[in-house]
Design a protein. Structure first.
Length: 247
């Protein structure tokens, strides 16, 4: 396993990534907020090359699909050995996740849960996927980043980890920044504005220049509800149901 530099204390969060392309990490996670947090030891990255568990000189990890069909499938025995090696170095509470388009949809609540649990082990598939038997035998949870297909799990893993890392204490400049973002309260964000006050004939809404914090908060709440209702009726339905239950 390769490890990013960490501070003297244990990281708040550790990401384990199993992949045949470990060189893809940290990738974008080594830059900006996530990169600075990695350098400061707030989170740690451990990558494991699945090919290290291959059983032949060619370091192959796949074979033809049972029943025929196109492509190749990652072998259960090889993936199982990689998972076992990773889990031996993981906290039992960390989720074990396979990035899969057929999995449960990743969302902000899941990002918060992973952050609170202190780590996650992510299995990045390639080819046509992973032999189902190893997923069943090791109790691997399948999670999807969206309703589309990628060339492998690595880009999805990067997206999910970015969502988790920014929730960790000390990563973002202000704690309230995360609380006001899309999905944090079940709604999309209200629009944002900054100087100049008038641009291309378009002015910043007067309420945002009023200095009246109560009116500004109410305006942002109204706009967030309006945008969510129009653009994401699925989120709006859940938000309304939750509000009615709590009311």
């Amino acid at each position: 396993m390769s490890e990013a530099p960490t501070a003297d204390t244990r990281p708040v969060f550790t990401a384990q990534v199993l992949s045949i392309l470990p060189e893809m990490f940290p990738g974008p996670l080594g830059l900006s907020l996530a990169g600075r947090a990695l350098d400061r030891g707030i989170w740690g990255l451990k990558t494991l090359d699945i090919r290290d568990f291959s059983r032949d000189k060619h370091r192959s990890v796949d074979d033809t699909p049972a029943g025929g069909g196109p492509g190749m499938v990652m072998r259960a025995d090889i993936v199982a050995d990689a998972i076992d090696a990773a889990r031996a170095d993981a906290d039992p509470d960390w989720p074990l996740v396979y990035l899969s388009p057929r999995g449960r949809r990743f969302d902000q609540a899941m990002a918060g849960d992973w952050a609170a649990r202190g780590g996650v082990t992510l299995l990045c598939g390639r080819f046509e996927g992973v032999d189902q038997r190893v997923l069943d035998a090791r109790g691997v949870e399948e999670v999807s980043v969206g309703d589309f297909v990628l060339s492998g799990g690595e880009p999805a893993a990067i997206v999910m980890l970015d969502a988790v890392i920014r929730l960790l204490p000390g990563v973002m400049g202000k704690a309230e920044s995360a609380e006001e973002e899309s999905f944090s309260a079940g709604l999309l964000e209200a629009p944002h504005y900054t100087r100049p006050t008038v641009w291309d004939g378009r002015a910043i809404p007067d309420v945002l220049l009023s200095g009246h914090h109560g009116r500004i908060a109410a305006w942002r709440q109204d706009r967030a509800e309006e945008i969510t209702r129009l653009r994401r009726p699925d989120l709006w339905s859940t938000y309304e149901r939750t509000a009615n239950e709590e009311g």
